[in-house]
Design a protein around this ligand. Sequence first.
Ligand SMILES: Cc1cc2nc3c(=O)[nH]c(=O)nc-3n(C[C@H](O)[C@H](O)[C@H](O)COP(=O)(O)OP(=O)(O)OC[C@H]3O[C@@H](n4cnc5c(N)ncnc54)[C@H](O)[C@@H]3O)c2cc1C
Length: 425
Amino acid sequence: MKRPRIVIVGASLAGATAAATLRDDGFDGEIHLIGAESQPPYNRPPLSKGYLRRQERFEDQLVKPVGYYAEQHIELKLRARATTIDARQKVVELEGGERLSYDQLLVTTGGRNRALSVPGANLEGVFQLRTVEDCDRIRAASQRGRRAVLMGFGFIGSEVAASLRQLGIEVAAVEGSRVPLARVLGEEVGQVLADIHREKGVDLISEDFVTAFEGAGRVERVRTRKGRALECDMVVAGIGIVPNTELLASAGAQVDNGVLVDEHCRTSLADVFAAGDVTNHLHPIFGRLRVEHWNNGYQQGRAAVRSLLGGAQPYDYVHSFWSDQYEHSIEYVGFAASWDRLVFRGRIESRKFLGFYLKDGTVQAVVGLNRGGDPEDPKADGELKAAVGLIRRRARVDAAKLVDEDADLRTLVVSGERRTPASGD
Ligand SMILES: Cc1cc2nc3c(=O)[nH]c(=O)nc-3n(C[C@H](O)[C@H](O)[C@H](O)COP(=O)(O)OP(=O)(O)OC[C@H]3O[C@@H](n4cnc5c(N)ncnc54)[C@H](O)[C@@H]3O)c2cc1C
């Protein structure tokens, strides 16, 4: 009898996690994991942190050890780009013409860097960061370079700035907003992070925009809209990613800032699922959203497998991410596109606090700066876990208690009612 075949396109975090979960859950059919990159699936977070600083080895960043795929009879095909999906015939075509039929297909094609459309973007020494090869180029440049300019100061930009400062490089950063990271974290928290970077020596320039890179073959300076000329020998642009949706869009799947999937990771095409950065997913608590978080790549990769194997449980993971900058660690749970109140437990000046993003009295998200994992402070441990409970329940909470260090977060729900899931509030 023919064994069922699951094809996974995109061999990174979500794809490799899904392949491993299929085996863990007892699927004994064929698994084909198709990846455009030349390296086996690896984790990207160290690329702006320890690996960039040459403190960590690439081998330690793999999602699974190199031999794992062969041991588990997972056909891992690297340097292989899927070019078309024929959803009616249930066939994936690869660059070079190979055709692979599937019974079920999982697409985990993630995202790619937004194109850099600034004059001089092709000069040597101008970098973007997504892959280990990108990181290796930045690493090599950082060994020769003395002055870097960061274009954009989101999470990637600010982490790279921190790493380059730790390597002893002079760093200037050009950021369009008044306060970096304010859109995600709010102005007060963004300001704390901006202060940290400035104290560490970053020349953080806000409300300005890069207009050109100049140099004779290699970048020598960055020009800005407000007339600055920043001398440098390298540039890292962290200007965001676009989801790799073309494969599914041309197959007829619905796409809107990511491929649209339901709570079960199903696309609009029969037997085609998607997970990770590429998805704009319907979430039972947060409504529709697309996130670019490691935890989502991992969790949604697993959830997609449950659906592939016929499970009926929706994907309702309460989103979370972290960011490490210098000795500071940021943790965030939930999702708040907007909020009407931000209250703090712990003094914000102490740089050790929790911030609660509230809307209509309910906690949408919580940020922690230097709050978790402190063995000296057992109370802080488990706070974010308790916060997840508050977010999940969508019940109204007493803000005065949220800010009270002595109040146990697990006991703070005021009205027991559960909000309608995905009500979009
Ligand atoms: C430098 C950096 C630092 C980060 N740090 C953090 C952090 O601190 N915390 C955090 O929460 N998140 C962090 N992230 C985000 C996190 O790494 C991503 O959310 C995660 O990688 C998403 O995994 P994914 O598998 O969905 O997609 P991706 O990792 O983007 O992988 C998609 C894969 O699909 C392949 N592919 C695309 N199209 C095709 C095709 N047609 N055929 C075959 N293969 C294809 C791509 O080559 C790629 O290998 C960071 C990301 C970067 C780049």
